[in-house]
Write a protein that binds this ligand. Structure first.
Ligand code: SF4
Ligand code: SF4
Length: 183
């Protein structure tokens, strides 16, 4: 997969990256699923010029996959594609919000195409604030429904897997102590 951000793509006010990941930079630490103390709703980063390298260099998968239409933008879809997993030939979809997009043909069609291409597909959900996320591999669960082109069966698997993660996972605490030397 190409790792050059597609020209013209933009965060468009999304600040998900300032909240969901744990950050362990020398100048900034924060646990998973907590908003960075330097992020202000509607404004974004208040230490933009001094933000750590990890913040400068991160782009979600929306920036790299030309096959994704505008409906896949994290602000619209509630889905953040984790570009960190691309090296393992896997696409990890962090499902932030249970939006109508998850039961759309666009979503199922793209997931089905990845499964058919042999790309690993994982669904991920956030834990409670200050806890690590959890994910589930989807390929084997979806194989039959994808082969049958059965959207309804795919949607059932999506719903089951998300509910299973939310209700059955033993969420692990992220012990990272929030700390910032950025003022
Ligand atoms: S999830 Fe994507 S669009 Fe949202 S802030 Fe992060 S890089 Fe930008
Ligand atoms: S330092 Fe700025 S860019 Fe980095 S997580 Fe905090 S608010 Fe977001």
């Amino acid at each position: 997969m190409a790792m050059v951000p597609i020209s013209g793509r933009d965060c468009e006010g999304c600040t998900a990256c300032c909240s969901f990941p744990p950050i362990h930079a020398p100048e900034l630490q924060k646990p998973a699923n907590t908003l960075c103390g330097h992020c202000v709703a509607g404004q974004g980063c208040t230490v933009y010029e001094a933000r750590p390298t990890v913040c400068r260099g991160f782009f979600c998968g929306w920036f790299f996959l030309p096959e994704l239409g505008p409906e896949w933008h994290p602000r619209q879809s509630g889905v953040v594609i984790r570009s960190e997993s691309f090296g393992d030939d896997t696409i990890t979809l962090l499902i932030l919000d249970l939006t109508a997009f998850l039961v759309s043909e666009d979503f199922a069609g793209m997931i089905g195409a990845w499964v058919e291409q042999g790309v690993g597909v994982e669904f991920e959900r956030l834990g409670p604030p200050g806890h690590l996320p959890a994910k589930m591999r989807m390929n084997e669960l979806l194989e039959e429904a994808v082969a049958a082109r059965d959207l309804r069966a795919m949607h059932k698997v999506f719903a089951w897997s998300l509910s299973h993660i939310d209700n059955s996972h033993a969420w692990e605490r992220d012990e990272t102590e929030p700390r910032s030397a950025l003022g």
